[in-house]
Design a protein around this ligand. Structure first.
Ligand SMILES: *[C@@H]1O[C@H](CO)[C@@H](O)[C@H](O)[C@H]1NC(C)=O
Ligand SMILES: *[C@@H]1O[C@H](CO)[C@@H](O)[C@H](O)[C@H]1NC(C)=O
Ligand SMILES: *[C@@H]1O[C@H](CO)[C@@H](O)[C@H](O)[C@H]1NC(C)=O
Ligand SMILES: *[C@@H]1O[C@H](CO)[C@@H](O)[C@H](O)[C@H]1NC(C)=O
Ligand SMILES: *[C@@H]1O[C@H](CO)[C@@H](O)[C@H](O)[C@H]1NC(C)=O
Ligand SMILES: *[C@@H]1O[C@H](CO)[C@@H](O)[C@H](O)[C@H]1NC(C)=O
Ligand SMILES: *[C@@H]1O[C@H](CO)[C@@H](O)[C@H](O)[C@H]1NC(C)=O
Ligand SMILES: *[C@@H]1O[C@H](CO)[C@@H](O)[C@H](O)[C@H]1NC(C)=O
Length: 277
C-alpha cells in the first residue's frame, strides 16, 4: 500500500474545499441529473422583476427548492448579486433577495465552512435564487438539500433555464442607471439600509418610486396554486387576491426555454390581480 498516495488524496481534497467559495450547488447541462437532484422543471413558481419607472417585467419560471421556516410563499425585496467575492459584512433590515451563481468560482473563500445561503441569511436576505450563466441550471447538493429541509432558513429558488438566467442577469446593467450600478447591483448593507424606505414603498404593487434597485418578487407554487400575489408582506399571510392555478399560468406564461416574449400575458395577469383586489 502506498502510504504517500493515501495521505495526499485527502489533503488535496481538503485544499480544494478550502480554496473555493462554498456554494452547496452544482451547475449542470443535464435535465436528468438536475431532476434526480430535486429540480422540478414543471414547477410554475415565478420570479418577477420590477424597476423604475416601468411596469413589472416579464416573469421567469423558477423552482422552489427549499421553503424557509417562516415562508408565506411570497418574497419581495431589492434584488442583488451575492457572492463571496469581496463579501461585505454587516446586516440590513431592508428586504432583499440574493442572486447567487452556482458556476464554479476560483475565489479563495474567507468562509470555507459556511455555505453561501447562511451568509446571505445572516445578512438579512429573505430568499435566494440560484442561477448559472454557463449551464442549463443548478441543483443543490444532496447533503445541503437534506440539511436545509431539516432546518430551513430562507426560501431557495433555482432558475429553470440558461435563457432565463442570462436574461435576468442582463437586467442589472440595462435597468440600473450607470452611476448607481456598482452600489445597487450587489449586496451592500449600508446602501440597502439607506434605501429601505424606497424598497418598501415599492410594495405592494411593484411601482418603484425612485431609480436604484431592481425589485424582485417570488411566488412559490403550493399544491399547484401560486402563492398569493397580492401579499404586500414578506412575513405575514397576505391579503385575499385570488391565486392563479398552474394551468392558467402554463397557458399564459413563458416556457422554460426562457423566452420572455409573452410579456403581454403577464402584464394582463398582474393588472387583473390588482383590479380584483
Ligand atoms: C413538480 O411541480 C408540479 C407543479 O407544482 C407538481 O405537480 C409535481 O408533482 C412536481 N413534481 C415533483 C417530482 O415534485
Ligand atoms: C468580515 O468579517 C470576517 C470575520 O469577522 C473577516 O474575516 C472579514 O475580513 C470581514 N470582511 C470584510 C470585508 O470586512
Ligand atoms: C442597517 O440598519 C440596521 C437597523 O438599524 C442596523 O442594525 C445595521 O447595523 C445597519 N447596517 C449597517 C451596515 O450599517
Ligand atoms: C478556475 O481555475 C481552473 C483551473 O485553473 C480554470 O480551468 C477555470 O477556467 C477557472 N475558472 C474561472 C471562473 O476563472
Ligand atoms: C421565524 O419567525 C420567528 C418569529 O418571528 C423568528 O424568531 C425566527 O427567527 C424566524 N425563523 C427564521 C428561520 O427566520
Ligand atoms: C456607494 O456606497 C458607499 C457606501 O457603502 C458610499 O460611500 C459611496 O459613496 C457610494 N457610491 C455611489 C456612487 O453612490
Ligand atoms: C398541500 O397539500 C398537502 C397534502 O395534500 C396538504 O397537507 C397541505 O395542507 C396543502 N397545502 C395547502 C397550502 O393547501
Ligand atoms: C404583515 O403581516 C402581519 C401578519 O399578518 C401583520 O401583522 C403586519 O402588519 C403586516 N405588515 C404589513 C406591512 O402589511
Amino acid at each position: 500500500m502506498n502510504l504517500g498516495a493515501t495521505l495526499t488524496a485527502p489533503l488535496l481534497l481538503v485544499f480544494a474545499a478550502l480554496s473555493r467559495a462554498y456554494v452547496p450547488a452544482r451547475a449542470t447541462d443535464s435535465e436528468y441529473d438536475a431532476e434526480a437532484a430535486g429540480q422540478n422543471f414543471t414547477d410554475p413558481s415565478r420570479l418577477v422583476l420590477s424597476w423604475w419607472p416601468d411596469e413589472p417585467g416579464a416573469p421567469g419560471q423558477v423552482s422552489h427548492q427549499v421553503s424557509g421556516r417562516n415562508s408565506t410563499g411570497v418574497n419581495r425585496g431589492a434584488f442583488v448579486h451575492f457572492s463571496e467575492d469581496n463579501l461585505l459584512n454587516g446586516t440590513t433590515t431592508a428586504p432583499w433577495i440574493a442572486w447567487i451563481s452556482c458556476d464554479e468560482s476560483n475565489t479563495t473563500s474567507p468562509y470555507p465552512d459556511t455555505d453561501i445561503f447562511t451568509l446571505a441569511y445572516e445578512r438579512g436576505a429573505n430568499a435566494a435564487v440560484l442561477y448559472s450563466l454557463e449551464s442549463l441550471t443548478c441543483y443543490l447538493t444532496s447533503d445541503y438539500s437534506k440539511s436545509a429541509k431539516a432546518n430551513p432558513t430562507l426560501d431557495i429558488y433555482i432558475t429553470q433555464s440558461l435563457g432565463v438566467s442570462r436574461w435576468v442577469d442582463a437586467q442589472f446593467k440595462q435597468r440600473i442607471p450607470t452611476d448607481l450600478l456598482s452600489n445597487h447591483s450587489s449586496f451592500d448593507p449600508k446602501v440597502l439600509n439607506s434605501s429601505a424606505h424606497t424598497i418598501e414603498e415599492a410594495f405592494p404593487d411593484n411601482a418603484i418610486p425612485k431609480r436604484g434597485y431592481i425589485i424582485a418578487s417570488l411566488y412559490a407554487s403550493v399544491n399547484g396554486t401560486l402563492a398569493n400575489q397580492g401579499s404586500s408582506n414578506t412575513t405575514g399571510t397576505g391579503t385575499s387576491a385570488p391565486a392563479e392555478t398552474s394551468s392558467n399560468i402554463a397557458t399564459s406564461m413563458t416556457s422554460r426555454v426562457g423566452s420572455f416574449s409573452q410579456r403581454a400575458g403577464w402584464l394582463i395577469a398582474v393588472l387583473v390581480g390588482t383590479y380584483i383586489m
